[in-house]
Each structure stands twice: as structure tokens, then as C-alpha cells.
Write a protein that binds this ligand. Structure first.
Ligand code: F6P
Length: 538
């Protein structure tokens, strides 16, 4: 069933035509309580969605849509361990990774929560041993640096969360994240590290990913070059993977492996053993707080009525913007320097999940699906791309994220930072009319240039402080938002076949670069490879 054939979708289309002339200025003027009414709270986060271009009727129609597509049943199926990832025949149970010990969640009749806690307990023991200096390097020295090698979900989550929680981290430990197959990434990240005091975590769900395995081999050579003994690998390398065979083949003892399961998608794996680098950095107690925040948001998502459910409200206002107001991107704007990598992390979470053009049953999707997600930490973005958001020809919905208290309270910095959050969303919504511009004494030729049409939608998310718990809840909020949007569009948010073709072609092309054999690609690719062959060793 295609979503655009549903009654609730058709009703939204008709409604969109009716309200097309409406401005946020009018919506606020006609309802003085709007800013206090259109908000919801859950797991320590406040969502203000009053600056979205929705009326009470729009919200009702969007909620009808959520009910008609069966969002509640779909989420119950996911949370209950059903194999909703139909193209890979897998359950989708990242929520089990943060469930309490006594939770009862089963896949194929197997209780998964005891296994989850068994791995968490091993991670805890290992993280404590590294942090305390009990786990030493091959030469007997204390480990001072941790290098996580991974890519995609095995990198973006750990990097983002480590940066976000740096305040809580052990400052005597240096954390580095190597992902790119460009040798520069490895070379620059280890240039000031001593192999004798470095722990390498090879993080890969499959343990076959080209970039990660190439970097892991280079890291092993770097270590052995310095320490000159194969036995050093056992003290300096650990693996995080679902693939014990490949881990063993690589030469890492499976006693030094932390496992997870095929029902954890790569982009949903930060809360599995993939978070080992984070746990070492911030300590097991803070890591469990982080999981606690995720679980709190999971409970909110599972239990709050749709009209007060944060992920559902964010998903539905997004659907309204993308499918009925014509927006094709979403700017995510965290006003926290610690969250500088949050937009990059969300790019994979959202775009790899919902960047799909066929439905679950394989039919061509006839409405737009996942938006282009982008953004940068405020206030820096204001001096770069906000011009386009305020006065450009495209509609760019924004998510603003901020905190009541800074972890680094310095003079008036935090008030100034937060003043900018509130100012930006106010300016986007209300703009500045030509009359207001004229009242400033602006010469007539400049009036159109200084006018802000406003009516540009945004949501604001606020929490007390950036803590492991609030970060966990924020991540789970976006995970569930992505899930709800995927459920509305009727796509499989948990596969990623779109990354395969390029990987296969790269494997074919790699040996061709250093040979002079006949090429059988298209004329452009042949010519590009020809140019590279001619210049690569010049
Ligand atoms: O980019 C494709 C992808 O499969 C992601 O989904 C995944 O997070 C990433 O590659 C890394 O995969 P792995 O953890 O298996 O190395």
C-alpha cells in the first residue's frame, strides 16, 4: 500500500492547499498561548514545535496519518523483536542494548538481554583495567592512547559521542578515531603516539570493510615495526565485531573480542560494544548513564500518547515540511561546541536509513522520502550558511538544540550562545516586513534586500545540561524519529543496499590501477583510470 493512496494523506494534501497562504505571524497572533501549547517533554528534553507551520488541524491530520500507517503497531513490532528488516531477514533491536537486566526481549525464542549484559560486563571489566593501568602494553608500560579504527556506524557514533562527552572523559587518555582509507588519516592520527602505550580497537560489524581492514593492517605493521614481536598484538589490539571467524583470521584472539549481533544495525550500534572507546574514555558508570538516557527515551517513545510523543511529533512535522511544504533538507544546528559532530552522525543515521526509493514490497515510492540532513554547531553556521536559510529561495526547516547550563561557564558566553538560539528561530519564523524595514529609515532601493519574509519553520530542543544521560536520550530521540518517518513512507529503514555497487566497483578497479591491462569500463572511467595510471608514480 503506497502512502499517498491513504485517506489521511489525501486529507493532508487538500489541507496543504487550504493553508498555503498562512504565515507563522498570523498563527501566533491568533493564539497567544501557541508557544506554551505546542510543546512536549520526554526523557529530560523539551521540544518546542510551535514555530512549525502547523495548525491544530494539521496536527490532527498528521496524527491520523501516523495511525493509518500503524506507527504504534510498527514500533511494537520493532521493540518486540520481530524481523522488520525484511530485506535482510533481521530483527531491529538496538533498544535491547540499553534495556535493563530484567527486561524480557527475544529473537527466535532466544533471550537477548542476558547476552547484552554479559558483553557490557566484559567491556566494563576491560575499560576499568585500561583506565586503572592494570592492563598494560607489551613492554609493561601503561596505555595512554586509544585508537578506534572503524568507519560509518563503527566510527561516526563513537567520534560524535566521545567529543560530546569529552568533559566527562579521563584527560590522561588520548582518544583518536581513524576511518578514512586515505593513509593520511592514519598517519596524522598516530604521528605523536607511541605504539608501546597505544591500544587499537578495530571496530567493524562485518570485519570485512575495506577501509577498516586496510587501516587495521597498517596499524598492526606500525605496532610490530616498533615492538618487533607478534605477541604484542594480543596486548595492543582488541576487536569489536559480530564476525568471530574474520577476527581470528586477522590474528586477534577472540578472547580480546567484544561481540554484538546481526540485529544491531551499524548506524544504531554506538550503544553496543562499538561504544568501547567511549566507555574507556568516560568510564563504565558514565557509559551506563548514557545507556540509561537512551532507555528513558525508548520508554517515552513506547508509552507516550502520539500527540505528546517527541519522536512522533518531530517525525510528523518533518513529513509535513518534506512532503507537503516542499522542503528537501533539514538543518540540524546544535548550539554546543561539544556536539559539533552531531550533524555528521545524523547524516548516516537518517540518510542511510531513509534514503530509499522503493517501498517495503519493492514498488517504486511515489512520494519523497528521507531529507538531506546537514548542519554545524552554532554560532559558527550563522556566519556561513544561515544567509540562505533566512533569505534564500528554498525552504530549509531547522532543528535547534541547546542547554540551560554550560559545562564551561565563562562570563556571559552561555547567555550569548543561547540568545542566538532564540534569536535565530524568532527571526526565521517572523522575519521583518518591508514596512518594518522602512521604519528603520532604510532607503527604498534597499528595502527588498533587507526584508525577511519569515515563515521558515523550526523546532527547538532544550535540556538542562549536556550529560551522558541527556546525550543518550537525544540520540534515541532521533533514532525513533527516523523510524517513524520510515514507517510513514513505508520503506525499510534498516538496510543499505545503496552503498554496495560503489564498493564492488572499487574492488574491481583497485588492481587495475597498478596494471596496464585492457580496461572495459565506460569511456569516461577508462580515461580517468588511464590518467591516474600515467601519473601515479611520477
Ligand atoms: O556504509 C555502509 C556500512 O555498511 C554502514 O552501514 C556501516 O556502518 C559501515 O559500512 C561499516 O561497516 P562495518 O561496521 O561492518 O565495518
Amino acid at each position: 500500500m503506497q502512502v499517498q493512496t491513504l485517506e489521511s494523506w489525501k486529507a493532508l494534501q487538500a489541507h496543504a492547499k487550504e493553508v498555503s497562504g498562512q504565515h507563522l505571524r498570523d498563527l501566533f497572533a491568533s493564539d497567544p498561548q501557541r508557544g506554551e501549547r505546542l510543546r512536549a517533554e520526554g526523557a529530560g528534553w523539551l521540544l518546542d514545535y510551535s514555530k512549525q507551520r502547523v495548525t491544530d488541524q494539521t496536527l490532527q491530520l498528521l496524527l491520523n496519518l501516523a495511525r493509518e500507517v500503524g506507527v504504534e503497531q510498527r514500533s511494537a513490532a520493532m521493540l518486540g523483536g520481530e524481523k522488520i528488516n525484511v530485506t535482510e531477514g533481521r530483527a531491529v533491536l538496538h533498544t535491547a542494548l540499553r534495556a535493563p537486566r530484567d527486561a524480557d526481549i527475544q529473537v527466535d525464542g532466544e533471550h537477548v538481554v542476558p547476552e547484552v549484559h554479559a558483553v557490557l560486563d566484559r567491556m566494563t571489566e576491560f575499560a576499568r583495567a585500561v583506565r586503572s593501568g592494570e592492563w598494560r602494553g607489551f613492554t609493561g608500560e601503561r596505555l595512554r592512547a586509544v585508537v578506534n579504527i572503524g568507519i560509518g556506524g563503527s566510527d561516526l557514533g563513537p567520534v560524535m559521542a566521545y567529543e560530546a562527552l569529552e568533559h566527562y572523559s579521563d584527560r590522561d587518555l588520548t582518544l583518536r578515531f581513524v576511518s578514512n582509507v586515505d593513509g593520511t588519516d592514519f598517519a596524522e592520527k598516530v604521528r605523536d603516539l607511541d605504539p608501546a602505550t597505544t591500544l587499537v580497537i578495530v571496530s567493524s560489524k562485518t570485519f570485512t570493510t575495506l577501509e577498516t581492514m586496510t587501516n587495521a593492517r597498517t596499524a598492526r605493521a606500525w605496532l610490530l615495526d616498533a615492538l618487533g614481536d607478534d605477541r604484542a598484538v594480543a596486548r595492543h589490539f582488541v576487536a569489536v565485531s559480530t564476525n568471530a571467524d574474520e577476527v581470528q583470521k586477522f590474528g586477534i584472539d577472540t578472547a580480546n573480542m567484544f561481540g554484538f549481533w546481526d540485529w544491531v544495525g551499524g548506524r544504531y550500534s554506538l550503544d553496543s560494544a562499538i561504544g568501547l572507546s567511549l566507555m574507556i574514555a568516560v568510564g563504565p558508570e558514565q557509559f551506563r548513564e548514557f545507556l540509561g538516557g537512551m532507555h528513558e527515551m525508548d520508554c517515552h517513545f513506547a508509552e507516550a500518547p502520539l500527540e505528546q510523543n517527541l519522536p512522533v511529533l518531530m517525525a510528523l512535522t518533518g513529513i509535513w515540511n518534506h512532503n507537503f511544504l516542499g522542503a528537501c533538507s533539514l538543518a540540524v544546528l546544535p548550539y554546543s561546541q561539544y556536539l559539533r559532530s552531531f550533524p555528521a552522525y545524523l547524516q548516516q543515521l537518517d540518510m542511510e536509513s531513509n534514503g530509499k526509493s522503493v517501498t517495503l514490497s519493492g514498488e517504486r515510492l511515489s512520494v519523497d522520502s528521507g531529507p538531506i540532513v546537514w548542519g554545524q554547531a552554532g554560532t559558527n553556521g550563522q556566519h556561513a550558511f544561515y544567509q540562505l536559510i533566512h533569505q534564500g529561495t528554498r525552504l530549509i526547516p531547522c532543528d535547534f538544540i541547546g542547554f540551560a547550563r554550560s559545562l564551561n561557564p565563562l562570563g556571559e558566553h552561555h547567555d550569548l550562545l543561547m540568545a542566538n538560539v532564540f534569536a535565530q528561530s524568532e527571526a526565521l519564523a517572523f522575519g521583518k516586513t518591508p514596512e518594518q524595514v522602512r521604519q528603520d529609515g532604510t532607503p527604498e532601493p534597499l528595502v527588498p534586500h533587507k526584508t525577511f519574509e519569515g515563515n521558515r519553520p523550526s523546532s527547538t530542543l532544550l535540556a538542562q545540561q549536556l550529560t551522558p544521560r541527556s546525550l543518550g536520550a537525544l540520540i534515541a530521540l532521533y533514532e525513533h524519529k527516523v523510524f517513524v518517518q520510515g514507517a510513514v513512507w513505508g520503506v525499510n529503514s534498516f538496510d543499505q543496499w545503496g552503498v554496495e555497487l560503489g564498493k564492488v566497483l572499487a574492488q574491481q578497479i583497485a588492481p587495475e590501477l597498478s596494471s596496464d591491462g585492457q580496461l572495459s569500463h565506460d569511456s569516461s572511467t577508462n580515461a580517468l583510470i588511464g590518467w591516474y595510471r600515467a601519473n601515479r608514480s611520477a
